[in-house]
Ligand binder design. Structure first.
Ligand code: ASP
Ligand code: MG
Length: 452
């Protein structure tokens, strides 16, 4: 069996939903389980409507809500689902009443609690799967609509919860296997789950990819297909580098590095579970379904260019933390890590030497409280508006010819090479944010566009 996950951009209007159905149809003999994201930008809209409600901005909240409602009803209408299917229409309306009462609750609380945020955002996926499954039925595909909250069990970190894998795996198997055995196409929501005590949670950015991989691993699927609106993993972000090219093959380790180093192509946690069971993850383009896409597995292929992709992170802050004289080396690092843990700050990069620790973190992770606490033990130097560029490729840090090439990009004194030594498969340069665009363009040109 296989898992097919469709993202919001592949399900953004009635035409793209029809297209997705045509992608699923020829795969029926492979016993697909379908995982879906919310339609188009629904998650974002539900969040904006909730935020407006929490700020007592009822007009905005109501307008956004109405837009989401009309959008879903229009799509359902265009797919021919409203005329004949009475139960479907009832279910659709019921979901919208529930969203509305959540928004009223947020408004009267004058606050958007993480728990209520998750409960409200979950309707994006509940609605999309309701529509997709009803449409697949109409075109003659036998489906079974499931609720991810019955099998994806997570911790209680609302808005960015982590699935409890062993707990979820058993439930997924027990819940989905009978449906597959009956030769029905199971349709299930990505992104959402439930705590042990039954509260709805969400898995954070691109969480649906993570859901799809977990389901694939639990069911020991032959492969997990992630359908997006890009041709696969690219050699760079095509929004910045229009000449970016699709990557045909990556190892799990390369893909994990790529997402750790800033590429937003996959949820960072998706790769490890797939790699544990060696289940291939394939990224396909729903607008070009016959294109080969990107395969992520553990096979090495002959590639003349060992660099797969260049990626960057922006909005970084560097904290150089130097121990005060009186502190032992051990106490010093222990203090730094304890404070990081207590304040739930996760740096992108940590570099350490005996009396100095360098933390590179996204501005959104920065908390003044960290400085207040750490200055009891250490002196801190802060630099802002920093960025990194990382090159990703198998064993790239051991390839001298590549490294020699990279050194010539030193266009400013402040640029530092090889700032992150955690993986052999990535090589990271730290630079000023203002230098990033031209450096990235030049690197991509030399490394990918002049190759024959
Ligand atoms: N719908 C959610 C989002 O937009 C989850 C996902 O698409 O993966 O982030
Ligand atoms: Mg999405």
């Amino acid at each position: 069996m296989i898992v097919m996950k469709f993202g919001g951009s592949s399900l953004k209007d009635s035409e793209s939903i029809r297209n997705v159905a045509q992608i699923i149809k020829p795969k029926l003999s492979l016993q697909p389980v379908i995982v879906a994201s919310a339609l188009g930008k629904t998650t974002r809209n539900l969040l904006n409507s909730s935020l407006a409600a929490s700020m007592q901005n009822q007009t905005d909240s109501q307008n956004i809500y109405e837009t989401v409602k009309v959008y879903h009803f229009n799509i359902a209408e265009e797919l021919g689902l409203l005329k004949t299917n009475v139960q479907f229409k009832k279910d659709l309306s019921a979901y919208f009443s529930e969203i509305e009462s959540n928004l009223q609750k947020i408004q009267s609380d004058k606050n958007l609690s993480p728990k209520l945020q998750d409960a409200t955002l979950s309707y994006g996926e509940l609605l999309s799967t309701l529509i997709l499954s009803a449409y697949l039925e109409v075109i003659g595909i036998n489906t079974k609509l499931l609720d991810a909250r019955d099998c994806i069990i997570t911790d209680e970190h609302f808005t960015h919860s982590t699935p409890l894998e062993s707990e979820s795996f058993g439930k997924i198997e027990r819940y989905l296997r009978p449906v597959i055995n009956e030769d029905k196409v199971a349709i299930i929501q990505g992104f959402i789950g439930s705590t042990q005590s039954g509260d709805t949670t969400t898995l954070g950015f691109e969480g649906s990819d993570f859901s799809a991989v977990l389901i694939g691993v639990a069911l020991k699927a032959d492969e997990v297909q992630i359908w997006k609106d890009v041709p696969g993993v690219m050699s760079a972000d095509p929004a910045k580098i229009p000449k970016a090219i699709p990557v045909e093959n990556m190892t799990y380790a390369e893909a994990a590095e790529l997402s750790r180093c800033g590429a937003q192509v996959l949820h960072p946690s998706t790769i490890r579970p797939a790699s544990d069971l060696n289940i291939p993850v394939k990224i396909f383009n729903s607008r070009q379904p016959d294109f080969r896409g990107t395969t992520i597995d553990n096979q090495m292929t002959e590639m003349s260019n060992s660099i797969k992709s260049v990626t960057c992170r922006k909005n970084l802050i560097i904290l150089q933390i130097s121990a005060k004289q009186s502190l032992s080396e051990f106490d010093f690092s222990a203090q730094v890590f304890v404070i990081l843990r207590d304040l739930e700050i996760s740096p992108e990069i940590i570099e350490g030497s005996d009396k100095k620790i360098i933390l590179i973190l996204n501005k959104s992770e920065f908390k003044e409280e960290f400085i207040n606490q750490i200055t009891q033990w250490a002196d801190v130097d802060i630099e802002e508006s920093k960025a990194t560029i990382s090159l990703i490729g198998h064993m790239i840090r051991t390839k001298q010819s590549v490294l020699n090439k990279i050194q010539k990009y030193k266009i400013s004194q402040s640029m530092q090479f090889d700032v992150d030594k955690t993986s052999e498969h990535s090589y990271t340069i730290l630079l000023n944010e203002s230098d990033i665009d031209r450096t990235l363009k030049k690197m991509h040109y030399d490394l990918f566009e002049t190759m024959t």
